[in-house]
Ligand binder design. Structure first.
Ligand code: CDP
Ligand code: MG
Length: 701
């Protein structure tokens, strides 16, 4: 094995760590930070006084690096070296080196604020600037002061504004591990391609037919494109004349790949065979694949962005930053001189790309993070003044406070409630946590656990996104349809049907559901059940999911629990129209996603109120995963919405300033039947309108 660059610095690293509570380590990707640092400190004896934790922003990286380190140390994974990711804990009493996602470490700190079991915490891949790592940075700063004597923090990164991090930690030392990177020739395209997929394909074939041996790493933006690319490339390669070039193996690499497929990229290519690794930006820095000599960089990445004023998510393909482009190119020069094919002109690189990627904290919903910080309930933590490396916008902090208020996690004064405290302990989005708590009260916990588990596994349930649409719309009449009440109910029914077959795997394949995903759901359900049992005092009747004794055909209790849980994600149907407008944010015009099983009534109308799991902006704004709810459950939430005072929530003076969300936005209304629908935009008239309709309906009865 070649000696990894970081090992040449072992003595220096040990010395610096001995003398300082916090050390920043900068090293080229592939220099051995993730796999070696923990082992270096283990050798030095740091595992005698506690466990060494290494955080990873990505689940795949946590698993794959732990597996590698276990292998290097010659131990069984889960014993001396283990990992923990959400819903999967592979550690034991014996574990001394633990890889875990940054989210997992945050949750551990709830029951154990000083993280006493750890002697060292390594925040790895800090350059990714994941939301959770950013919060951990702030937390570590406090912890280092509290546990000064026997606690070390290392922050590692491939590229990072090391000065900024160092000054954040009172000018802690920065160690730079020079990577021996071979020169990489950069080849630019003369213009932006019309189809980056076709251009990547062409570049890949050109390399294969013309260039000497060496693996090719191709960056794609998502799983769908990766699948397309893999099959197109396979087809093209097969058509090449026999003996005209070497053999080829084409391997996909992305986060939702089954583990046995992920492992394949780390095994060596057979002789006289070129490997093509078609990857998401997971291969940019999180995972190092050896043998790469050629890189094809489209210049794009898929990024999830959240708009705090509308509550809308969009999954946009955006241009990468210059730092990312350099990282991608660097992957070609690890073992010998390489080449990077940039499918864009150099002017784009210089003039259009941002210097650095925008940290996730500035483009995510902060609801979960703010709940977490509130639940720490530490007198010295004021959310709006929390020590962030890069603070999020005030608007997104306020948005989070408002969302939490609507689902009862914080009270009128922004203080965490008992419900909120319980919510924080669940490894779920705040809305789903809230749903479980409400379901427990209403006596439909078993059903709610099933729905929550199904949603947590949704991405692995179905072969692909397109599969969802197909399945939900065109499958046979025996397949659960949610009784027309919506997608959550359908997910419940699917699971219950499977349960009735005694978890038959054939039933899954017959119904186009991934066995792996369904098994995962079952496991997640069991884990959530155990957590609920621990949290909720009194006895729970959660195991009895076999008999749907929790409400009849209308699933009323469950839908009510969902309504309370998604109290911040509520939409009202527009009069004479099947479009909706959202109520918890600035009013947005939205549609039910075409894949939904929600049905209209005999008059062809969709329900007056729905809650939704997610708002996504694609060509239009859609609600994904919706559930029909009833007026009487909605009213208390509307009342709350009316009296939301963001000033009070954020601990301000309470002087009632004009509420932010009353600032009307002009919504471009859908034109339908030639008519234009006008929606009142201020809260008073919203509430009044809702009340009027309620009263009108009541008097009809
Ligand atoms: O973290 P950093 O990018 O500095 O490097 P690393 O992940 O520690 O990788 C060091 C070496 O271990 C590389 O040569 C990887 O190819 C190898 N490795 C591996 O073979 N299998 C893994 N699951 C992880 C790393
Ligand atoms: Mg690494």
């Amino acid at each position: 094995m070649v000696v990894l660059p970081i090992l040449n610095f072992e003595a220096k690293i040990v010395e610096t760590v001995e003398q300082n509570p916090v050390v920043v380590i900068i090293g080229e990707t592939g220099s051995g930070k993730s796999t070696q640092l923990s082992q270096i400190l283990h050798r030095k004896g740091y595992t005698r006084s506690g466990i060494i934790a290494v955080t990873q922003p990505r689940r795949v990286a946590a698993v794959s690096v732990a597996r590698r380190v276990a292998h290097e140390l010659g131990v069984r994974l889960g014993e001396e070296v283990g990992y923990a990711i959400r819903f999967e804990d592979r550690t034991s009493e014996k574990t001394r080196i633990k890889y875990l996602t940054d989210g997992c470490l945050l949750r551990e700190s709830l029951s154990n604020p000083e993280l006493k079991q750890y002697s060292v915490i390594i925040l790895d891949e800090a350059h990714e600037r994941s939301l959770n790592t950013d919060i951990l940075l702030g937390l570590m700063k406090r912890l280092v002061k509290m546990r000064s004597s026997n606690f070390k923090v290392l922050i590692t990164s491939a590229t990072l504004d090391s000065g900024k991090v160092s000054s954040f930690f009172s000018n802690c030392p920065i160690l730079t591990v020079p990577g021996k990177l071979f020169p990489v020739e950069i080849l630019y395209s003369s213009e932006r391609p019309t189809s980056y997929l076709e251009s990547s394909l062409k570049a890949a074939l050109d390399i294969h037919t013309r260039e000497p041996k060496g693996d090719v790493l191709i960056f794609m933006t998502g799983q769908d494109d990766i699948d397309k690319m893999v099959s197109k490339l396979e087809e093209k390669v097969q058509k090449l004349e026999e003996g005209s070039c070497m053999d080829a193996v084409i391997l996909p690499l992305h986060g939702s790949l089954p583990p046995e497929m992920q492992v394949r990229v780390f095994s060596k290519a057979p002789p006289n065979c070129r490997r093509f690794i078609v990857a998401t930006n997971i291969a940019e820095t999180s995972l190092t694949v050896d043998g790469v000599v050629y890189v094809i960089d489209s210049g794009y990445v898929k990024q999830r962005q959240y708009n705090p004023s509308t509550g809308m998510y969009s999954l946009d393909v955006v241009q990468i930053s210059r730092v990312q482009a350099d990282q991608r190119a660097g992957r070609a020069g690890r073992t010998c001189p390489g080449k990077c094919y940039r499918l864009y002109p150099s002017s784009v690189y210089h003039d259009e790309f941002l210097d650095v990627t925008i940290p996730e904290i500035q483009r995510s919903s902060l609801t979960g993070s703010v709940l977490y910080l509130k639940s720490l309930d530490l007198p010295d933590i004021d959310i709006l003044k929390f020590d962030f490396l890069d603070p999020p916008s005030r608007e997104s902090l306020e948005d989070a406070l408002k969302q939490l208020y609507l689902i009862d996690a914080i009270d009128d004064y922004g203080l965490i409630t008992h419900v909120g405290q319980t919510m924080a302990e669940l490894p779920l989005d705040p809305s789903l946590s809230r749903t479980l708590i409400e379901a427990n009260e209403l006596g439909c916990l078993s059903q709610a656990l099933t729905v929550t588990a199904m949603l947590s596994a949704e991405t692995t349930l179905l072969p692909s996104r397109r599969g969802i649409e197909k399945k939900r719309k065109f499958s046979d009449s025996n397949f659960p349809d949610g009784s027309g009440l919506g997608d959550h109910i359908q997910l419940l029914q699917i699971y219950e049907k499977w349960d009735q077959t005694n978890y038959d795997t054939k039933w899954c394949t017959d119904n186009n559901l991934q066995v792996r995903g369904m098994m995962f759901t079952k496991d997640v359900r069991k884990q959530l059940c155990q957590i609920m049992q621990k949290i909720a005092k009194g006895s729970l009747d959660v195991e009895s999911n076999r008999k749907s004794k929790e409400g009849g055909q209308d699933y009323k209790k469950l839908r009510k629990a969902l309504c309370i849980g998604y109290g911040n994600q509520l939409a009202e149907r527009l009069i004479h129209h099947n479009g909706y407008r959202t109520l918890g944010h600035k009013s947005q015009l939205v549609q039910v996603h075409p894949s939904s099983v929600l049905e209209t009534d005999e008059d062809g109308r969709l329900p007056n109120y729905v809650v939704y799991h997610e708002l996504i902006a694609t060509s239009r704004a859609f609600m994904r995963n919706v559930c029909a709810v009833e007026m009487s459950w909605v009213m208390p939430i509307l009342k709350k919405l009316e009296k939301t005072d963001i000033n009070k929530l954020s601990g301000g003076s309470g002087a009632s300033e004009e509420q932010r969300d009353n600032e009307g936005v002009e919504v471009d209304f859908l034109k339908n039947d030639g008519g234009v629908i006008k929606v009142p935009d201020d809260h008073d008239s919203k509430i009044q309108a809702a009340r009027d309709r309620f009263l009108a309906r009541k008097s009809k009865k």
